[in-house]
Design a protein around this ligand. Structure first.
Ligand SMILES: Cc1cc2nc3c(=O)[nH]c(=O)nc-3n(C[C@H](O)[C@H](O)[C@H](O)COP(=O)(O)O)c2cc1C
Length: 414
């Protein structure tokens, strides 16, 4: 085959974005935007049914390339083979029940299904449909078949469906899909289903300790690292409960049980409630060490004289309590946000914390302005109880999450 103007820029990752015929097809436009804006070359391949929901013109304008559903356009370029061969990743957003069935059974009656057969790149299908369709044994069997062949098929989210009804079957948030796509491009086997059957509890975000009905003592944790851990674990097959403290700006991860907690006391209560049966517990939330001893029932008024100092009371150490209460075989991961000081550097403090806390694994982040908190990337070290130390270079928080789960699985075996 000769090169044509439609050939992708070889310096950019090449993503085929398949679009199925469901109401959520409009969200594929957001995924397309997210991918092109972060430097990916994207070709959109809708099905005929998808074009009832979003016109080809929208996909063409957003991707900058012609869009066809069938295999008989641009025949000299043999697109049904060419696209799949060239792809670094094939995404399907949304994957309808019909498309999952076709993909599972190897049908190839349009450009998207043909591409799914010709590609040897990672394939990720993000389902969206009504709960009844998702739960039907036929759909479940198709999903299992696709997963057994190496396709990534994360469970859909729960929430508002088409019309007034709610339930499981909502498309994962586009930002989550883009994040998982980037992870698959960086580490093609990062979402293999090796956490299937494991119950995992993760805390995320930062607690707030009320001074009065308006003000609080808080911290800068955004919850992004904990959410990335939950998203990657769920995509790898785990049954995940995420205990979230003040993470409202983040999309709910698909396929994850979400619980909310505001203060350290609330987070403590929820963690004790949900951790008992867990195989793995990860305390990624930034929990306040102290709370105001007295919480005013009214807004503290501005006065002419200096305010009284705020008296603080120590909060219970939730991680230490979880380690003390752990069931046999339960694996516990702590997080340490450290800065160096005159006594020790970041790693020195972290090694001492690993011994003191009795956790199986400690994730260590050096923190400071613009590092670790709120930003998209993270770096650090994983310290295992047996003394093994792994350095994590700066990268996406989901890449750190993937390495963490690899390390947890290895450590549980030894
Ligand atoms: C308004 C409307 C909304 C639909 N939404 C969905 C959906 O969200 N998920 C799904 O699996 N099917 C949905 N369907 C049914 C699909 O469009 C139908 O099964 C179609 O054949 C799927 O085509 P595809 O294989 O190209 O995706 C919907 C149909 C209509 C008319």
């Amino acid at each position: 085959m000769t090169a044509t103007s439609a050939d992708p820029d070889p310096t950019k990752p090449f993503v085929v974005l398949g679009v199925g015929g469901g109401v959520a097809a409009y969200k594929a436009c957001e995924v397309l935007r997210g991918l092109t804006e972060s430097g990916h070359e994207v070709r959109v391949v809708p099905t005929e049914a998808a074009l009832n929901f979003v016109g080809a013109a929208t996909f063409e304008a957003l991707s900058g390339h012609p869009v066809h559903a069938g295999v008989f356009a641009d025949v000299p370029e043999v697109p049904h083979v060419r696209l799949g061969r060239r792809a670094d990743l094939v995404l399907v957003v949304p994957a309808t029940a019909d498309l999952l069935a076709k993909a599972a059974h190897g049908q190839a009656d349009d450009l998207l299904t043909a591409t799914l057969l010709t590609t040897r790149a990672p394939v990720a299908l993000f389902p969206a449909m009504h709960t009844e369709m998702w739960e039907h044994p036929a759909t479940q069997a198709n999903v299992e078949l696709l997963r057994s062949r190496g396709c990534v098929v994360p469970d859909p989210a729960s929430g508002r469906l088409t019309g007034p009804d709610t339930g499981k079957g909502r498309l994962a948030d586009p930002a989550e899909i883009v994040d998982l796509a980037r992870l698959l491009l960086a580490v093609p086997d990062a979402l293999r289903p090796d956490l299937t059957g494991l119950k995992i509890v993760i805390s995320a975000g930062g607690t707030r300790e009320a001074l009065d009905p308006v003000r609080y003592l808080g911290n800068r944790s955004s919850g992004k690292q904990g959410y990335a851990l939950a998203r990657v674990a769920a995509a790898r097959g785990a049954q995940v409960t995420l205990v979230a403290a003040h993470t409202q700006s983040l999309p709910d991860p698909a396929g994850v049980q979400l619980r909310h907690a505001g203060s350290a006391a609330e987070l403590r209560a929820v963690m004790h409630e949900v951790s008992g049966e867990a195989d793995i517990v990860v305390m990624a939330a930034a929990v306040a060490d102290f709370r105001p001893t007295n919480r005013a029932d009214y807004k503290i008024k501005k006065t002419d004289h200096d305010p009284a100092p705020v008296e603080l009371t120590r909060n219970p150490d939730i991680l230490t309590e979880l380690v003390a209460a752990r069931k046999p075989g339960q694996f516990i991961v702590g997080f340490a946000a450290e800065t160096g000081d005159s006594r020790a550097d970041v790693l020195g403090h972290a090694r001492a914390k690993l011994r003191r806390k009795g956790v199986d694994l400690l994730v260590v982040n050096a923190v400071g302005d613009g590092i670790a908190f709120e930003v998209e990337n993270n770096s650090g070290w994983l310290l295992r109880a047996d003394g093994t130390e792994i350095t994590i270079p700066l990268g996406a928080k989901s890449a750190l999450a993937a390495t963490l789960w690899d390390t947890v699985l290895l450590a549980r075996q030894s």
